[in-house]
Design a protein around this ligand. Structure first.
Ligand SMILES: [Fe+2]
Length: 379
């Protein structure tokens, strides 16, 4: 067996009410100055919770301005603001965009490295500020992952900063924070989480230690996604747990072609990360399936498929279930439904195959013509 190294937060608090535990933990943490990045729609709720810190001598600065998938320009803006506040801890409360920027800030506030010196795997030299993440969507997994993904506006490419220093000190996952989320956001972020699990389980570098999380995550998300979109608390809890498991897959094994093919949709056409992955997932499953029918059969069974006459038929049932989830959640099934011009496919394919940090993980090789073929099938 190949060795595997797993970095996780030293504290993970999961379950309803864990946000209140975060406040209690912060009160006794010894931290004195917190820079807090919050998703805009929770600003009032978070203000009220942080007011509870007023008598504990902890100063905090809350910014609730980030409402889009972040680029380097956002990062530079927040870095200046955070440096001016001189925090000893950074807290991210939001979806993947907020968490990724918050993680990066915690590592860069006292760092002389420039952003383009840390893009890539393992180039970040340190993080000396406390860092905690509190997700408000069930999708990104960023609260436990070593990844931060930002758009580089200079070349229109999404860039990954991957480092153990980006794994937060603590993650608090509270399903109460997803209460009342728009169903299309719940659906697309939940499909992103499913993709994390599925791409880890069917990965060229899949590993038994991560398979545990990946397969259970697929099971949890498969059974809960539709009900979570109807705001059922038990289903939202299952989805949050599946999303956490998906995040645990991201560091040691990571994603593959779905994510690589989805990035050009985000950078070129501002399609949200979860939505882009959701749309492409069944097409990549169909492409990959012949390369490992046994694994795709396990995926299908975890999604609730019944055994068919052959392993391949069972495996294909998994693709049908994913399509059915998309339909039940009213997510688009075709690139043509989301305003992507067909003539942009070759350029998107050229861009996607360059993302070798993910494409190398894909169980079946994807060359330029293959990428074009997958986009065309998805059109
Ligand atoms: Fe993702």
């Amino acid at each position: 067996m190949e060795y595997i190294t797993i970095h996780q937060p030293s504290k993970i608090v999961f379950g309803t009410g864990s946000f209140d535990q975060f406040i209690r933990d912060i009160r006794v943490s010894g931290l004195k100055r917190l820079f807090v990045l919050v998703v805009p729609f929770l600003k009032n709720q978070i203000d009220q919770k942080f007011n509870l810190l007023a008598d504990s001598g902890i100063a905090y600065h809350i910014n609730a301005g980030l409402n889009t998938e972040p680029g380097f320009s956002h990062y530079h803006h927040y870095l200046e603001e955070a440096k001016a506040f001189q925090p000893d801890g950074v807290i991210g409360i939001g979806g993947g965009s907020v968490l990724d920027v918050a993680k990066l800030l915690a590592a860069m506030i006292n760092n002389t490295q420039k952003i383009d010196e840390v893009v890539g795997i393992g180039l970040l030299k340190k993080r000396d500020l406390y860092m905690a993440c509190i997700p408000t969507t069930s999708g990104t997994g960023s609260e436990v992952s070593p990844n931060a993904i930002l758009l580089d506006e200079s070349d229109g490419m999404k860039k990954g900063i991957i480092s153990p220093f980006l794994v937060p000190d603590a993650a608090y996952i509270d399903p109460l924070l997803t209460d009342g989320m728009l169903s299309e956001i719940m659906a697309s972020t939940g499909m992103d989480a499913l993709t994390h699990c599925l791409e880890a389980f069917t990965n060229k570098f899949a590993h038994p230690m991560i398979d545990l999380y990946a397969l259970e995550g697929i099971r949890l998300i498969g059974r809960s996604l539709v009900k979570a979109c109807a705001n059922d608390l038990q289903a939202r809890t299952d989805l949050s747990l599946g999303s956490l498991y998906g995040g645990m897959c991201l560091g040691p094994v990571n994603t593959a072609a779905v994510h690589a093919l989805s990035y050009p949709l985000g950078s070129g056409f501002k399609i949200a990360h979860g939505l882009a992955n959701a749309l492409l997932l069944p097409y990549v499953m169909e492409y990959n399936l012949p390369s490992d029918i046994k694994r795709y059969k396990q995926v299908a069974l975890a999604l609730g498929a019944e055994l068919k006459a052959s392993d391949e038929e069972t495996a294909r049932e998994g693709v049908a279930i994913v399509r059915s989830l998309l339909q039940q959640c009213k997510l688009p099934l075709k690139l043509s439904e989301i305003g992507i011009p067909e003539e942009s496919i070759p350029a998107m394919a050229r861009s996607a195959v360059k993302i070798q940090r993910l494409m190398k993980n894909n169980i079946r090789e994807i060359l330029l013509d293959d990428a074009i073929g997958i986009y065309q099938k998805a059109y």
